[in-house]
Design a protein around this ligand. Structure first.
Ligand SMILES: Nc1ncnc2c1ncn2[C@@H]1O[C@H](COP(=O)(O)OP(=O)(O)OP(=O)(O)O)[C@@H](O)[C@H]1O
Length: 262
């Protein structure tokens, strides 16, 4: 995945500003930034949901504007907002996605069974999603997004609002996805612990600009702080601690999350 001077404006507000970013195949990339830094807007452009104002982006070698349909077939996307239907069972949700992704009828049942097994949801497959825990819903959403075996998966704050045990389970499944299917993962998170546990490279976005990009070792070297934690590097590059930067988002997302489960 590669962007060149990728830019998105809303009126006079430049939300993503001439962004040059490359994510290699098979990598787990963490996009970090304060609330409003432009992370979701960038993901929406890369997933073809929002057209760029200028610049370009290629995903799996395909242009996000002129080859949008092929890009959509090549990627999976788990948005921040709820993408599973609480009034359907887990199996039915997966069936809807299998149809949306045009998975051949003869293969649907097997793909769904495989996705349920991979995400440890077999026992809950026949239950309404409204009865699922937050962690189960997140796992179902990841299962939905990987049914068509995308090479690249976008996860927008995959564990927001989850308790530590549910978070660990989602982490384990993300790692397994990477190990078993060699899926490239592009994720955003406000949890530095999560980013450090999962990602091999990080990009820090500040007011739409990529202020730094690289591995933890490279970020440390670039900042001149060889012993810094990711949290400290985040503060260094954004001017605010991750905890403070995420506080509002955390509150609103936790609320969103509890509404999801209501
Ligand atoms: N459709 C829109 N119209 C106008 N402004 C928008 C629109 N979408 C996003 N913005 C603005 O763009 C900025 C970046 O928003 P974005 O959601 O990309 O940030 P983010 O880094 O994902 O934040 P968060 O961490 O809170 O999810 C914000 O100031 C937001 O208000």
């Amino acid at each position: 995945m590669q962007t060149q001077a990728l830019t998105r404006r809303f009126g006079d507000h430049v939300v993503v500003d001439h962004l040059d970013l490359t994510v290699a195949e098979g990598e787990v990339f963490g996009l970090l930034g304060r609330n409003g830094a432009g992370k979701s807007t960038l993901i929406k452009m890369l997933t073809t949901l929002l057209p760029p104002s200028s610049g370009s982006a290629r995903v799996e070698g395909l242009d996000v504007v002129s080859e949008a349909t092929s890009v959509r077939a090549a990627i999976g996307y788990v948005p921040q907002a709820l993408s599973a239907d609480g009034e359907l069972t887990g199996y039915e949700n997966l069936f809807v996605f299998a149809s949306l992704y045009d998975i051949p009828r003869a293969e649907r049942a097997q793909r769904i069974a495989e996705a349920l097994a991979f995400m440890d949801l077999q026992d809950a497959a026949g239950r309404l999603v409204a009865t699922y825990s937050g962690g189960m819903i997140r796992r179902l959403e990841i299962a939905q997004s990987m049914l068509h075996r995308p090479r690249l998966l976008f996860l927008d704050e995959p564990t927001v609002g989850l308790d530590p045990v549910a978070r660990d389970t989602v982490w384990a499944h993300i790692r397994e996805l990477r190990a078993k299917y060699e899926t490239t993962i592009f994720m955003t998170t406000h949890y530095m612990e999560e980013a450090q546990a999962l990602c091999s490279r990080f990009g820090i976005l500040r007011a739409g600009k990529l202020v730094v990009c690289g591995s933890l070792v490279e970020l440390r070297a670039a900042s001149g702080q060889p012993g810094a934690t990711l949290d400290e590097l985040f503060a260094h590059y954004t001017g605010e601690s991750a905890e403070a930067a995420g506080a509002y988002g955390e509150t609103s997302h936790t609320r969103q999350s509890s509404q999801r489960l209501a």
